[in-house]
Write a protein that binds this ligand. Structure first.
Ligand code: OSB
Ligand code: MG
Length: 376
């Protein structure tokens, strides 16, 4: 049994090494909510992947902070838990807020692995010793800048290039990239930038032989994606639309997508991520692990998740240096010349969290402890 003695919340501010532009905006500095849980002298960390603004999902750093402090942490402290798998039941009364829930649940899984003295990957049922890596390349100031970026990432060994796109940064760009690199594994991600009137336009992309087109339509849609998939040979991959296992089942059954991007934060933590992974696997739908510009803490959890068998496509989980001048874990996440990350075999996440560095980046903090329980 695990008893959670305290939950520490903190917000850190960390500048990105390179600005990241998507169809919903540019991020240059990240505000990040980290949680640290204490149990019996052990400590484990979780990262909330909510952005500064509620643009990718309804959650933001500030909503996640309030929900964690006022609703989730109080439900967790003082509880005796079997492990991370016990969190969804504890949090069930609170609707949505999956990124806030995931930060805590993932920390509890990490703690459970530490207590059992096994690696997080092993505890989750991971089977891979290395994971295949791709990169997500933001919208660039110019096509020339993009071409240079792609050349660099291919040189580094990455196995798949994903291009962020939006109306005005799509067909022309894909055309230029394909002319220069006819055979690389290429995909695109629109983060919901298109509408039904764009279906004919998107259908032209079949000629670029993309591995997938990620979340072209509304963030909460299945039906129109299914309509679009009927017009495409290229698989659609859903990201934003998949919140849980039931969504995955509905999307697969409706043929709204043929590939699923799993993000721990988007689905509410390891329990639901594994459930989505299993549901997709049983139906022959491959998955890969998405990214949310995480620090090493979230990245380490993504690596453990990616070790599961149906994570058969290169994910967006890449080297620390693509995001940060200095990461907050040790060792940093590195990618081999073959475009792979080695899954750590050490206990827990297998990385050391650099508390001093985190301390220096912290701009606010709060602790939630168990109220002393009166024994009858
Ligand atoms: O849609 O996958 C996305 C970053 C922020 C929000 C949404 C997305 C992304 C990425 C970056 O694509 C993935 C990464 O490199 O972490
Ligand atoms: Mg995406």
């Amino acid at each position: 049994m695990l008893t959670i003695d305290a939950v520490h919340l903190r917000e850190i501010n960390m500048p990105l090494a390179f600005p990241f532009e998507t169809s919903f905006g540019i991020t240059t500095t990240r505000r990040i909510l980290l949680v640290e849980i204490e149990s019996d002298g052990l400590t484990a960390w979780g990262e909330c992947v909510a952005g500064e603004h509620p643009y990718f999902s309804e959650e933001s750093v500030d909503t996640a902070w309030i929900v964690t402090e006022q609703e989730l942490a109080p439900r967790l402290v003082g509880q005796d838990l079997v492990g991370g798998g016990g969190c969804p039941a504890l949090f069930r009364q609170v609707r949505g807020n999956r990124m806030a829930k995931a930060a805590l649940e993932n920390a509890v899984w990490d703690l459970e692995a530490q207590k059992k003295r096994v690696s997080l990957a092993d505890m989750l049922g991971g089977t891979r010793s290395v994971i295949p890596c791709g990169v997500s390349i933001g919208i660039q100031p110019s096509p020339a800048a993009l071409m240079e970026k792609i050349a660099e990432e291919l040189e580094a060994g990455y196995q798949r290039i994903k291009l962020k796109c939006k109306p005005g940064w799509d067909t022309e760009i894909f055309d230029q990239v394909r002319k220069r690199w006819p055979n690389i594994r290429l995909s695109c991600d629109a983060n919901s930038a298109y509408r039904v009137v764009d279906i004919d336009h998107i259908a032209e992309w079949d000629r670029f032989d993309l591995m997938m087109i990620e979340q072209p339509l509304w963030y909460d849609d299945f039906y129109f994606h299914s309509m679009l998939q009927k017009r495409l040979d290229t698989p659609i991959c859903l990201d934003e639309s998949i919140r849980n296992r039931r969504d995955a089942l509905a999307a697969i059954d409706m043929d709204s997508c043929r590939i699923i991007n799993i993000k721990l934060g988007r689905v509410g933590g390891f329990s639901e991520a594994v459930a989505v992974h299993n549901a997709a696997g049983e139906r022959g739908v491959p998955v890969w692990c998405g990214g949310m510009l995480e620090t090493g803490i979230g990245r380490a959890h993504n690596i453990a998740l990616s070790s599961l068998p149906n994570f058969s496509l290169p994910g967006d989980v890449s080297a620390s240096r693509r995001y940060w001048i200095e990461d907050i874990i040790e060792p940093e996440v590195t990618v081999s010349r073959e475009g792979e990350i080695a899954v750590p075999e050490g206990i827990g996440s297998g990385y050391t969290v650099l508390r001093d560095r985190i301390e220096a980046l912290t701009v606010r903090r709060q602790t939630v402890r168990a109220a002393a329980r009166v024994m009858a």
